[in-house]
Unconditional design. Structure first.
Length: 291
């Protein structure tokens, strides 16, 4: 069943955008239209707003032109999503995934292609909603992959209506993880899963905030510590069964992006972040348990 209907936000649920911060985040993504992400996805029509996992060819002369740099960056973005979806291995065609912060739909489409399952996405950017819905129609999967103008903190969706929730680099857009994970626990059935990828604050470095505050400023977000993630999962009734910290695999994407003519100031922040153990890249899978 596809919801695909903004009115599915039941009476009594606050509107999707209801604070200055949510307005700022929505504006950020409404304004990202003719952007680098679109360029990277031009051949596959998979448009992502997350980073990459994996290495690149470092031999002299390799990836020497902008086109090859962009092609490899996009492969790394897709590898990231493949790795996240590995955590849902065994998922069936009749099962349902909630994708919180679905962006332009890249992760939802890859999940559907791999498992044949239903996916329901939520975004607070109307531009992204229109883009992803158009893509679903073009791909001929709009009967199984739907998108909603919906806040993942307060979805209004029926309790226990999903076999899994996933978020791909979106949890840094809430200031408190606990209400978010409680909402996911509410809509995921007992025995269901929550899987996510995120960049987090590595508490190992007591000076981490120097870099992570600058990243927060750049992306209008609020990074959380590794400990805050684990605490919020347990608080909501999710028991983590796989926790991977993938800093070494997350770093090359940024080193390669430094070579692109589209680089900005953010690449060096992430490179320094991983090298100084200020930033951690996490993929976590957790099971929803009865309490
Ligand atoms: C970094 S992008 C990631 C997009 C997508 N998951 C991907 O991997 O390409 C963050 C996304 O989170 C969405 N977002 C931020 N806060 C949200 C909220 N409270 N509810 C729903 N979506 C939200 C933004 O609209 C955007 O689509």
């Amino acid at each position: 069943m596809i919801i695909n209907d903004i009115s599915s936000n039941k009476a009594g649920v606050r509107p999707p955008i209801d604070s200055d911060y949510e307005r700022d985040v929505a504006r950020l993504y409404d304004d990202k239209q003719n952007d680098f992400n679109l360029l990277l996805g031009k051949d596959t029509q998979l448009v992502h707003h997350h980073f990459g996992i994996g290495d690149f060819d470092r031999r002299p002369g390799a990836l020497a032109d902008e086109e090859s740099v962009q092609r490899r960056l996009h492969e790394l973005e897709n590898s990231q999503t493949d790795r996240l979806l590995d955590l849902l291995e065994g998922f069936g065609a009749e099962q349902r995934i909630f994708d919180g912060g679905s962006g332009r739909g890249g992760t939802a489409f890859m999940a559907h292609s791999r498992f044949g399952c239903f996916v329901e996405g939520a975004t607070i950017s109307r531009y992204q909603l229109d883009f992803a819905e158009r893509q679903a129609r073009d791909r001929g999967c709009d009967d199984r992959v739907g998108f909603n103008f919906m806040n993942m903190l307060r979805t209004g969706l029926a309790p226990g209506s999903f076999d899994a929730a996933l978020t791909n680099e979106t949890t840094m857009y809430v200031d408190d993880l606990k209400p978010l994970f409680r909402e996911f626990a509410r809509i995921v059935k007992i025995g269901g899963r929550y899987v996510f990828a995120t960049w987090a604050i590595n508490e190992t470095n007591s000076d981490a905030r120097r870099l992570t505050d600058a990243i927060d400023d750049h992306y209008v977000c609020t990074m959380h510590s590794r400990g805050a993630y684990l605490e919020a999962l347990l608080d909501a009734g999710f028991i983590p069964y796989s926790v991977e910290q993938m800093d070494a695999e997350a770093l090359p994407y940024w080193e390669l992006r430094q070579r692109s003519e589209h680089r900005s100031t953010i690449e060096q922040l992430f490179i320094d972040g991983y090298r100084t153990r200020s930033v951690a890249y996490l993929m976590i899978a957790a099971e929803r348990v009865a309490r």
